[in-house]
Design a protein. Sequence first.
Length: 153
Amino acid sequence: MAFHHLTLEERYQIYAFRKADFSIRQISEHLGRAPSTISRELRRNINRRGYRPKMAHGLARKRGRQARCRRRIQAHQWRGIKRLLEQQWSPQQIARRAQREGTLRISHTWIYRYIACERAAGGQLWRHLRHSGLRRKRYHNQGKRKRHLRFRV
């Protein structure tokens, strides 16, 4: 199932239906959305004055912009890691050095994950990696792809 954000128009419809004393289930049926979506929308965006669609839309957009990569390390430590990556160090080398010096406990996997997250957000740090990384094989649905050779000798 595809994920779609609520539009400003849908938020105005939620507001109008709530004013008309529609239940959450009735609103969800009219909008073609899950009841949990409507319930979550109201819970997140209601204040003393009630539900305000324009304010709710602005808050939702703000939350979307603030959703960034989670940081486990401080900014000055990350700057050091970035500097080493730009000098063509591998994440394994960086993690091992940090562990040996006792300055930071971080795994190479976490560095790769952070680089991937930063790349998805438009960052360019991935270009400093020596290799593009492993392509992970998908193992599900293998049964459909197996073919047996008929009349094999």
